[in-house]
Ligand binder design. Sequence first.
Ligand SMILES: [Zn+2]
Length: 367
Amino acid sequence: MQSGAGIFFDGKTSARHDVTVTLGAGSLVISDHAGNVLANWPYDDLMPLAAPDNVLRVGRRGNDVLERLEIFDPTFAHAVDVQAVHIDRTGTIQRHQRGKVIGWTMAATVSLLLTAYFGIPALAQRIAPLLPVAIERKLGDAVDMQMRSMLDTGKTGAAFECGKAESQKAGRAALDKMIRRLEGAAGLPGPLRSTVVRKDDANAFALPGGQIYIFRGLIDKAETADEVAGVVAHEIGHVVHLDGTKAVLQAGGLSFLFGMLLGDFVGGGAVVIATRTVLQSSYSRDAETAADAYAAGLMNKAGGNVRALGTMLARIGGATEPGMKILLDHPETKARVAAIEKFASAKSTTPFLDAKEWAALKRICAG
Ligand SMILES: [Zn+2]
């Protein structure tokens, strides 16, 4: 059944609205009888609420307006139930909630025991490799919102992200082409997501789950597309090695560990702390060396120029991520560049972008 009747409370008034609920491609569409859409809830956001046995009552996750929807027809309620990943598919809502409480209690106990035994840093190291991709992505999403508002210090809002405006579309297409080529060579479990932001530092960084931020400053400083690709490959290395995931788990501490076990990230304070840590701290030298080695291997696999990463690192003093110290002409940077050069193959390489595409990428934040 693709649609059915429901009762909708908008959370602002106490009025009950008789509505038609339609199961859309990715969301639940709630409309009045005149066809006006009152609400559109992505299935991922649906949250079961306590209700009597014969009613399916759902709300929307993270919604402070307290809208809710009630469905009485059991057949249609079941159809909604099946679409909503967060709603218990087999049992009643009561059982779901009871299970949740038990889950939280167990998670809390297990986390406390593990933390007492290993300490948070070691625990983060051990748990990160066990995370399913979907949970890792959720962890990244929880940090991502906060990340955007922390990065956007000038409060420019939508304009903060480059590649959205009509005149920047060609630049965005060029970046997508570059990333698809790296992604194809890397054989990752899920697609990467990338965002170019108006920040002047020559930085990039990766969030858990594969969201990569590229600062405009990095594209400005790069002289070839392969130099940008090299740094993106280095960030993919951090994604594959779970460096961001470990850092976020470590900084977010217990709240994240609980949330992770239940697939539900709560605790705004933990998100803020974790985000700040990711932005301000740097990975260990070993993690950087490993990401460089991964990047060099990936550039080779993708048929790109490995040396371009070394050239770029030398130019930006090795500080690929925001928390790193710029070490221009420093022995550490020189050692990294030398280590990368060792990977350079004698085979001929194909530039990631042609001249026209590269020019478009250079202008991804213009206009
Ligand atoms: Zn790095």
